[in-house]
Design a protein. Structure first.
Length: 425
């Protein structure tokens, strides 16, 4: 008796599951329809159950999901390509598209391969299959009633936002555009970030380094190691002036940073900076720290290097030595990398870099010129500047002389080299 009970329950469950998987109801334009399936093919039935499109297609609906009709038109898939047809099973277009996506009440975003190079291009067609926007875009991504558009121009991708009539809301001139909320976009140009709203208004200017989307609609903005906040879809904006921002139970907590004042020789206030620490590093350059991360800034407070967990060390001429993960390297004073931090030690003498590292299994010293090229053939146990253009170098326990071009002009065969005066050793 118990076996029979479970058998009945199981059979009911199987029938219901099959029914739900096989028929999917949705609303068309003024009438309800259902997707029907047979032998892994799909068709369409009206609410009375009458089949109006036989189940003969690989898929029905839209590539990105959804089955809502556009007027009386829906997408169909056949031989792995998409077309559109009406509820009378009349094909509006043949299956020539790689994707079809319902955009709004009038238009469909479609993509297709170019005949001459197989590249995929995007455009927009209407319910009659006619092109409303030419197939010239690298991508058209639907977001609400707008399109994130991109195309390839002069070797680069350029992005913009179009409205539902293909008019530009954000010009097609940016490096990247990403959705960060219902009504906000992250827009990037030349590695600088701004936040735009869906009306095309720039809310922050291109001063940000990055943004981070949090739950409950909060967006953290980052600039020069500092943090700001955007909330309420851009209705609340706090500039990046804080060391840290956390959200707990819907309450925003912000930690301020120390303010440093800079005075000139007449004791007049020149400017102020907000960092945990600030140290001059040459003309118009400062080393700054927020938490454990350090960076270089120009006196205008513009960032020369990104905030990284490296230690900024000595300043010499147009270079600044740094240390990261136990290794030393060198930056240009504008923040760009000169020598990657891969050396045990770096010294700077007479416009020449002395670097210690491991080469071919041997750890020792070499010379690098101001173009960043290793100029010594050998790796030496020690190198010391003698004066003029000469260095004394120790190899295999013997000393010799190397000139500033890296050439060993006196072979390493002496027990010691004591002094160099007026061209004499």
């Amino acid at each position: 008796m118990r076996i029979g009970y479970f058998s009945v329950e199981k059979s009911i469950f199987i029938v219901l599951t099959f029914f739900l998987l096989s028929i999917h109801a949705f609303a068309g334009e003024g009438e309800e329809y259902s997707i029907i399936e047979k032998d892994h093919k799909k068709g369409l039935a009206n609410k009375k159950g009458r089949v109006i499109i036989p189940p003969e297609y690989e898929d029905l609906g839209w590539t990105s999901g959804g089955t809502r009709l556009l007027e009386d038109v829906i997408g169909f898939k056949k031989d792995n390509l998409w077309g559109i047809l009406n509820t009378k099973n009349e094909r509006i277009t043949e299956p020539v598209y790689t994707s079809v996506t319902r955009f709004n009440e009038n238009w469909i975003v479609a993509s297709k391969k170019l005949p001459y190079n197989a590249s995929i291009v995007y455009g927009v067609i209407n319910a009659k299959g006619n092109a409303e926007i030419a197939f010239q875009f690298h991508n058209l991504q639907v977001h609400n009633n707008q399109l994130i558009a991109s195309y390839f121009k002069e070797g680069n991708y350029q992005f913009g936002i179009l409205d539902d009539r293909a008019k530009p809301i954000i010009p097609m001139e940016y490096d990247r555009i990403q959705v960060i909320s219902e009504n906000l976009y992250e827009v990037t140009t030349h590695d600088q970030v701004a936040v735009f709203n869906s009306d095309g208004k720039n809310l922050t200017a291109f001063t940000l380094d990055s943004v981070q989307v949090l739950k409950d609609g909060f967006i953290i903005t980052f600039q020069n190691g500092k943090r700001g906040l955007i909330a309420n879809e851009g209705g609340f904006i706090e500039a990046p002036t804080y060391k840290d921002i956390i959200i707990e139970n819907g309450i925003v907590k912000a930690q301020k940073i120390h303010e440093w004042l800079v005075f000139d020789h007449t004791n007049q206030l020149k400017t102020s900076y907000s960092y945990d620490d600030i140290v001059p590093k040459g003309k118009d350059i400062y080393k700054v720290r927020i938490g454990k991360a350090e960076a270089l800034i120009h006196e205008s407070d513009s960032l020369l290097t990104t905030f990284s967990n490296f230690e900024i060390k000595e300043h010499f001429g147009q270079w600044i030595s740094v240390r990261q993960n136990g290794k030393s390297g060198v930056l240009y004073s504008d923040g760009s990398m000169f020598l990657s931090p891969v050396y045990d030690s770096v010294r700077f003498v007479n416009d020449i870099f002395l670097v210690k590292y491991k080469k071919e299994g041997k750890r020792g010293w070499s010379l690098i010129n101001n173009q960043g090229r290793v100029i010594t053939d050998q790796v030496y146990d020690e190198i010391e500047w003698l004066g003029d253009s000469f260095f004394k170098a120790k190899r295999d326990n013997f000393w010799g002389i190397v000139n500033r071009s890296g050439k060993e002009i006196i072979f390493c065969k002496y027990d010691s080299i004591v002094d160099y005066t007026e061209g004499k050793l």
